[in-house]
Design a protein around this ligand. Structure first.
Ligand code: GLY
Length: 398
């Protein structure tokens, strides 16, 4: 009898939990937003495809005339358009996306030999990495491994970090928090090749970032200048944030996403702990507006005129869905937080009307306020992480 009562209570809790979840997720108009995204990107594709054989052919943002600004393959954002086409293929299960996704992916082929900066991880993992979720291809495997080799040339063994940008007047060896996003490619390369060098470099970089990049409140600096011989930190600065000691919104999102990936790939508890700390920093920040779309910097003044950064919100939502999947019931608060972000991004406040916004999905992102560029505009990476978050939301709810 006791066992029966226990079982019934447990069943009741499970059903209640499921009902709450279903009730909650009903509020995100998932099917509608997938359909609208597909229509908008079909229009985008129609508009920009004629440029495919030009040097600049990948849509990154919008220009003053409301047309898409196109970039070439060495731009750090060059992998996101191909990646978005892959996600549209996964989300809609419509094979019409495969051909253009493959075409834009293969255009990035020569990046595998380029070690000019750390962004090769972003470029190749978002394009070829997603292609490999769909296709078994030895040729694509070798692109991942060759890119990892190129990225590894930027590793400084004594300091234990991958150099982000080349030396400049300001910095000897700059390492930015964004660099956490390039580690996924290294883990992928080890899985393909069996060569643990790439895994070891990724772990070393993540450990050093954990040690040096965070403040006591768990926000992160943007740029650290390393002495490559001693591993000492020469300066802690910003490049795209409000101030050296401020919390640039996208930087916090990159850190959250990066440590979540590192936990997925290594199962090291300290990476999970760090991801949770960053998630809590974002979730509980007194300057986070009610709609959960952050200002461009968490230390920027909270006014109606202060630009929001939808890209930071989309990256955060995508990372939170993955993080929540590692945490059982404890993860539900992060999943709910991600749902709230996605609900706002899917609303007309952020999601563009049909055939507007140069056919990008999301409005209101920020590239770099200190440089006066890309302020309150669409950005291809905001769209990419938004689509990825939709895909993750779907997988969690299945
Ligand atoms: N990784 C460059 C940026 O987030 O703007």
């Amino acid at each position: 009898m006791k066992t029966l009562i226990k079982f019934s209570s447990l069943l009741f809790i499970v059903i209640l939990n499921q009902a709450c979840k279903e009730n909650h997720s009903e509020t995100l108009p998932y099917d509608d937003i997938v359909q609208k995204s597909a229509k908008q990107y079909a229009k985008m594709h129609q508009t920009i495809y004629p440029e495919i054989n030009n040097k600049k052919f990948i849509p990154r943002t919008i220009n003053d005339k409301g047309q898409p600004t196109l970039v070439g393959i060495y731009d750090w954002t060059s992998g996101f358009y191909a990646g978005s086409l892959w996600y549209l293929n996964f989300l809609t299960a419509d094979s019409k996306w495969e051909k253009p996704a493959l075409e834009y992916t293969k255009k990035l082929d020569s990046i595998q030999y380029w070690g000019g900066n750390h962004d090769v991880g972003f470029i190749i993992e978002c394009s070829y990495g997603n292609a490999l979720k769909k296709t078994v291809s030895k040729a694509f495997d070798s692109v991942i491994v060759q890119t990892a080799k190129s990225l590894a040339t930027r590793f400084h063994p004594k300091a234990g970090i991958i150099q982000s940008w080349n030396a400049s007047k300001k910095w000897n060896c700059p390492v930015i928090i964004d660099n956490m996003m390039n580690l996924e490619l290294l883990f992928h390369a080890t899985k393909i090749s069996g060569d643990s060098t790439y895994y070891d470099i990724a772990v070393s970089h993540a450990d050093k970032t954990l040690e040096n990049h965070f403040r006591p409140d768990n926000s992160s600096y943007h740029v650290l200048n390393y002495d490559v011989e001693t591993g000492d930190i020469l300066n802690r600065n910003t490049h795209q944030g409000l101030a050296d000691d401020s919390a640039w919104a996208r930087g916090q999102a990159w850190g959250l996403y990066g440590f979540t990936v590192c936990y997925r790939e290594t199962k090291k508890p300290n990476y999970l702990k760090q991801a949770i700390k960053i998630a809590d920093y974002i979730k509980n920040h007194p300057n986070l507006p009610n709609d959960k779309i952050p200002y461009w910097d968490y230390n920027a003044s909270a006014t109606n005129e202060t630009p929001r950064d939808a890209s930071a919100a989309a990256i955060t939502a995508s990372a939170l869905y993955e993080l929540s999947s590692f945490m059982g019931v404890e993860g539900e608060k992060y999943e709910n937080f991600a749902d709230k972000i996605m609900l706002s991004l899917s609303s007309p406040n952020y999601f563009a009307d049909k055939a507007t916004n140069a056919n990008f999905l999301l409005k209101h992102s920020v590239g770099s306020i200190p440089h006066g560029v890309e302020i309150d505009v669409p950005l291809n990476y905001a769209d990419y992480y938004f689509l990825e978050a939709l895909y993750r939301h779907k997988n969690i709810n299945q």
